[in-house]
Design a protein around this ligand. Structure first.
Ligand SMILES: NC(=O)c1ccc[n+]([C@@H]2O[C@H](COP(=O)([O-])OP(=O)(O)OC[C@H]3O[C@@H](n4cnc5c(N)ncnc54)[C@H](O)[C@@H]3O)[C@@H](O)[C@H]2O)c1
Ligand SMILES: [Zn+2]
Length: 372
């Protein structure tokens, strides 16, 4: 088996590690930084606090990032970068904020709109600003990936752009930042972590380093997610989920995600289900289908996690979703046959081709029927 493992991001992890931000900036040699975040961190006062603590090195805040960031937000952020001659970025937030900053930090060196590269297959220019990624959810792992997932409402599409220029220079992972997450966001982002781990393992692009990371991350999610949802200040559970998130990010970047992520894009676009919850909705269905993969890898993964087989793991995923208050079906949407057809059509995303078992439209139809 031939494989390669590359991971260029420096990771600093631990409670209170955010205090090291100014030291990290000094290490990068940055002099005019833009803090990219959401309005939440402006309201909470953390944005202003960081600006003060960084003694003039962070010179401005761009806070117009929405969940499932829009291509227009990336373009607006890039304009700010050019106008203010910014030479490094700090992204503080969930995957949405990190993804917006990654794309803006590359596109700012051109006069292009990011639209030119979104879903068009055109490779992104590689030049980019150094980025310090500070995740505030335990979910996407975006702080260590070369992926930026963007949406374009006008064209009705959501999808990833992949570029080596998107790797942050440094990931500062401070579990304390996740204490303020409401229960339903902790639950949804947490099931995203499990999806990354499981999908990274069973992807056709699997390889041994990512396998080991995937097992470690999945074990942590089963152990810590329920307590993180119920007790927001549970130090051990929050740290466990933050660790799982960053490790799962490493586990799926190279092998890439598969069926559940492919299906999540239309579930988010059409039904507005948050990313992680959308991935989790089909994760147990895919675990059952992928159990049939010829190589038996899904059973092996499940056994390594302590389950009797892949079907028992699928049951445990279902129970975990119920336990943390996530949707188990799509009943509330009263989906028509036309809706179902559209979900099937739009689930045929390129990530589906990484799935270890070939998924036909008929199978997707059966899956969505079972959720309806
Ligand atoms: N780049 C990647 O590798 C990658 C991987 C998977 C998913 N994604 C993408 O990332 C996005 C989802 O990111 P996410 O799940 O982290 O959620 P998010 O960034 O969209 O944030 C969800 C909500 O939580 C709030 N929030 C974030 N941190 C908070 C905190 N500490 N306290 C209180 N509220 C907080 C945000 O303001 C927002 O309203 C999607 O667009 C998804 O497609 C990217
Ligand atoms: Zn995801």
């Amino acid at each position: 088996m031939l494989w390669e493992y590359i991971q260029p991001v420096t990771i600093r992890f631990g409670e209170g590690v955010l205090k090291e931000l100014s030291e990290v900036i000094a290490g990068l040699g940055g002099s005019r930084g833009l803090l990219v975040c959401t309005p939440f961190f402006v309201r909470s006062g953390l944005a202003e606090k960081l600006l003060k603590e960084c003694g003039g090195l962070l010179t401005g805040v761009y806070s117009q990032v929405s969940p499932n960031p829009e291509v227009s937000e990336v373009d607006a952020c890039a304009r700010r970068i050019r106008e203010e001659k910014i030479d490094f970025l700090v992204a503080l937030g969930g995957g949405s904020t990190l993804d917006c900053a990654k794309a803006a930090g590359s596109i700012c060196f051109t006069e292009d709109s990011i639209r030119k590269y979104h879903g068009t297959g055109l490779p992104m220019p590689q030049k980019h600003l150094p980025l310090i990624a500070v995740p505030s959810t335990a979910g996407t792992g975006s702080e260590v990936t070369c992926v930026s997932v963007l949406s374009d409402k006008d064209l009705g599409k959501k999808g990833p752009i992949v570029s080596n220029g998107f790797y942050p220079a440094v990931a500062l992972v401070d579990p304390e930042l996740t204490y303020s997450l409401p229960a339903h966001i902790t639950a949804g982002t947490g099931i995203d972590v499990l999806s990354h781990a499981v999908e990274g393992y069973w992807s056709k692009g699997h390889q041994p380093v990512c396998d080991a990371l995937a097992l470690h991350a999945a074990r942590l999610v089963f152990r810590h997610l329920p307590a993180a949802v119920r007790e927001p200040d549970n130090r051990e559970a929050r740290a466990g989920m933050a660790e799982a998130s960053v490790i799962a990010g490493l586990a799926f970047t190279l092998p890439k995600t598969t069926g559940p992520h492919a299906c999540s894009f239309p579930l988010t676009n059409l039904l507005h289900i948050p990313h992680g919850e959308a991935c989790g909705l089909t994760l147990d269905w895919f675990a059952r289908v992928n159990a049939e993969a010829e190589n038996g890898r899904v059973h092996a993964f499940a056994r390594d996690l302590g389950f009797s087989d892949a079907y028992a793991m699928a049951d445990a995923i279902h129970e975990l979703k119920r336990d943390v208050g996530l949707r188990l079906d799509l009943k509330e949407f009263d989906l028509t046959d036309e809706h179902l057809e559209e979900l099937v059509r739009l689930s045929r995303h390129p990530n589906l081709s990484n799935n270890p078992v070939e998924i036909t439209d008929e199978m997707l139809n059966v899956m969505y029927q079972s959720l309806r």
